[in-house]
Write a protein that binds this ligand. Structure first.
Ligand code: SF4
Length: 328
């Protein structure tokens, strides 16, 4: 680890004043410290934001929730308003990491964690995400855990978060503040596809801080399910994950949401698939049609073709579980 300067401001303005290309915000540090210890990230200045007043969950006038960026993953998963109104989000958070990590990890930091591509974490190999222009050994190397959707010649990494898959399905909005002011970003637009600049995971500028995540009023509290498929039962990143949510009128689908994790550089969602499900029966045939449509453009690498079949089965299963939730 290389030497760095450390500051702990007590206001957002003071924190923003310290930002720059070589500075990093730190909260729980559950990913950044790993990167620093391996010299994969060498910030010159750490801005500790744990003294900022961003640790509350409150209800919005629209009936939704405003979740402060410093609310821990554990506190968010077990928050009564989340458990009651957004069980999909609770399930997704509790499917990720370990209890110790969830106690430390923050809501904002969860959005900013880096890919778990093996080559990214191995400083002895090239990697376009770590060193732009150096190459992507995963494309023709070991790529069992890598992307089947939205990849580029430059990078085939996947986003590692479970929480973000649920937030994508729930159409969250990301509140950010920078030196130029505040703005909100639709969750679908927050993370990027790799294109020819895979070093950038998201749309944040260097001087912008995530301050909160906003959820709309609960719509899918009765019928939702988060399904995570991984190599071992605990403390592993998803090979495939599915956030499935339904609003039902009897057996008919009024509205649906579907997001996939473990398949792309960002949580993968296609609103056209969800529109196709509207008005259809909540049946395995409808769910299989949604899986066919969502995966139609999937392109496997040498070692991950199994993900397409696995994702198809996981989508059908997750929707089936969602439809059955709350049914006696
Ligand atoms: Fe690096 Fe992306 Fe290639 Fe992995 S997939 S080696 S993160 S460029």
């Amino acid at each position: 680890m290389t030497p760095f300067q450390y500051s702990k401001p007590t206001s957002i303005d003071a924190a923003l004043a310290l930002t720059g290309p070589q500075a990093r915000f730190i909260a729980g540090g559950t990913n950044l410290l790993d990167l620093m210890k391996e010299n994969l990230d060498q910030p010159e200045h750490l801005i500790d934001i744990t003294g900022l007043p961003l640790d509350q969950v409150s209800q919005t006038e629209a009936g939704g929730l405003l979740i402060g960026a410093l609310v821990s993953n554990a506190d968010l998963a077990w928050h009564p308003l989340v458990e009651q109104g957004y069980p999909l989000l609770s399930q997704a958070i509790l499917a990720g990491a370990s209890p110790q990590l969830r106690n430390m990890a923050s809501t904002g930091g969860n959005l900013l964690q880096r890919t778990r591509c093996y080559y990214f974490y191995d400083a002895s190999t090239p990697c376009n995400k770590r060193e732009p222009g150096s190459g992507c050994p995963a494309r023709d190397g070991l790529n069992r855990i890598h992307a089947i959707l939205g990849a580029s010649d430059s990078c085939v990494a996947v986003h590692p978060s479970d929480m973000c898959v649920a937030l994508a399905a729930l159409e969250a909005r990301v509140h950010v503040q920078g030196k130029a002011g505040v703005r909100q970003i639709d969750f679908a637009d927050f993370h990027r596809l790799p294109g020819d600049s895979p070093q950038r995971d998201n749309q944040l500028a260097d001087d912008e801080l995530i301050t909160a995540i906003e959820l709309p009023a609960p719509q899918f509290s009765q019928h939702s399910h988060y399904l995570k498929v991984r190599d071992r039962e605990s403390y592993a990143f998803a090979l495939i994950s599915v956030a499935a949510a339904l609003e039902l009128d009897g057996d008919n689908i009024v509205s649906a949401r579907l997001a996939l994790g473990g398949v792309a550089h960002k949580p993968w969602r296609n609103p056209a698939v969800e529109q196709m499900l509207q008005g259809r029966a909540a049946s395995s045939e409808s769910f299989a049609a949604a899986a066919d449509m969502l995966l139609a453009d999937a392109k496997p690498l040498a070692h991950n073709a199994f993900k397409i079949k696995l994702a198809h089965a996981a989508i059908v299963r997750a929707f089936t579980e969602a439809a059955a939730t709350g049914v006696a």
